[in-house]
Design a protein around this ligand. Sequence first.
Ligand code: 5GP
Length: 120
Amino acid sequence: MAYDSNNIFARILRGEIPCDKVYEDEHVLAFRDIRPQARAHALIIPKGAYVSLEDFSARASEAEIVAFHRAIPKVTALIGVNVTGYRAIANSGADSHQEVPHYHLHLLGGQRLGPLLNLA
Ligand code: 5GP
């Protein structure tokens, strides 16, 4: 799947749309989800143009991958879930119902979470 540079997260990265920023560095941006599914719900995205976890994992540089993963504990501390726990979800592709075609990792917590999957 080709990267769509007009997707909503690309527009957030360009500053065309505001976000509730939690963390930023050279390779990564993290912000609160606009429709939170738990009391704490942030998204971490790479600044590079990657469609999905599949695409990011295949094509991103080692520096980008390391930066992305090193950002996770920073963001979980900033949203207050690093001690109590959280769930990390990356929807990738059609079967997952991925809505936004720019790789993002959901970090959800702040409360007891339900079952891992709802197959309905
Ligand atoms: P997906 O289904 O692709 O894994 O998740 C996309 C997520 O992006 C959804 O949880 C949705 O609420 C969030 N989202 C969509 N548009 C915006 C936006 O403009 N700003 C923010 N902060 N989140 C958004």
